[in-house]
Design a binder for this molecule. Sequence first.
Ligand code: F0G
Length: 437
Amino acid sequence: MTRTHSSSGTLSGHHVLRCVHCGAVQREADPLFQCPACHELLEVVYPELGPLDAADVLRLKQSWRARRLSNAAEDLSGVWRFRELLPQVEPRHRITLREGNTPLWPLRQAARRLGLEQVWVKHQGMNPTGSFKDTGMAAALSVARSEGFDWVCCASTGNTSASMAAYAAQAGMKSIVLLPAGYVTAGKLAQALEFGANVLQLRTDFDGCLRLLNEVVTKFRAYLLNSINPYRLEGQKTVAFELLDQLDWIVPDHVIVPGGNLGNSSALGKGLMEMLELGLIGRLPKISIIQAAGANPLVRTMRENGGSRLITVTPETRATAIRIGNPASWRKAVNVLRRTGGACEDVTEEEIAAAKAELGAEGIGCEPASATTLAGLKKLVRAGFVKTTDTVVLILTGNMLKDVDFILKGGGNQFPGPLEADAEIVIKTLEKLYAGH
Ligand code: F0G
């Protein structure tokens, strides 16, 4: 692990685990990553992390960028490239599929329609297994390996399982997946199977799977890789470092992210807050979290009690990735909303489908859960929360090919049935289709 010492502060991967609720600190976690005192979630904190002087800030930014030119595996990884701000893991245990390094694209047409000058999409669906989960798995699975585990496990709406299975396979470890039967897309299920996971479908929803897994890991030595595992969030927070590097360290006004189990929004916020603390950036963007209207526990929690007590819901949405009613990381997400002044909104099934089609029309594919961000942006512009001069970044979380049924069975696209292989028929059909435009 590289160490950078400075006169004003220190950077090292030395960390402890702190309860997000009561603040109790410990070095090691139990299998459920719960605070022994109050049973709330833990977060990774770096006691030596403090403001850096200007020269060290520059050195750090330069060295992160310089690593992009290196061919060493840990520099090619968009997670391990930022290793100064990650838990120390011996290099031989660091696992990588060269995650991160995802594109940041301008979203021109939608921005114009909304009257906005600058909207970007950061596409985490361009990760090795097609979702943002890969950054979290690189970090947490490496910790599992360094702690000597043979088995890893997760409950999942699909993407976590696909990612975990791939990283476990890379690491030579065995994986167990619990899925809500009938609510995981074929693409995600196929990935987990292809990568050799032991997949069990249960007659319950995601929340039920996670509850059951909590029971399993107290009796079976398997390392839990849901986002209640604080090391997952350490990997996922690197999206914030990478984003700011891509923006040449100019802080956007808004970052908008989908919310399911609320690990990702928490991780994004953590990364940004750590950068502020170190002096890598001078202010925070507002982080807004968007949920599907049929799976909106955080929206209701914020609306009805300002974030003091979680209101759970029975989830229902075609955006199956975020079909979650009892999100584990809700306290962390509330903290991010409070610290950054972001909004928490929900969007209907129709709004999600329309936003997804708009992204598609610009050549940007994503899965339904990701499209909540554009749907949410439209709502936030209408409400005056996002101003026309503001710079906005939408975090797209999953690849379009994860859920092709949503497109094929959505009915929104013109797609004629099979035709005779005849040039005249083809031309006539094209003319008809063209006339519809
Ligand atoms: N977008 C996609 C594509 C997801 O797969 C998920 C979560 C989210 C957004 C929400 O992120 O849970 O951190 O708030 N998928 C999990 C899974 C639950 O099992 O794959 P979150």
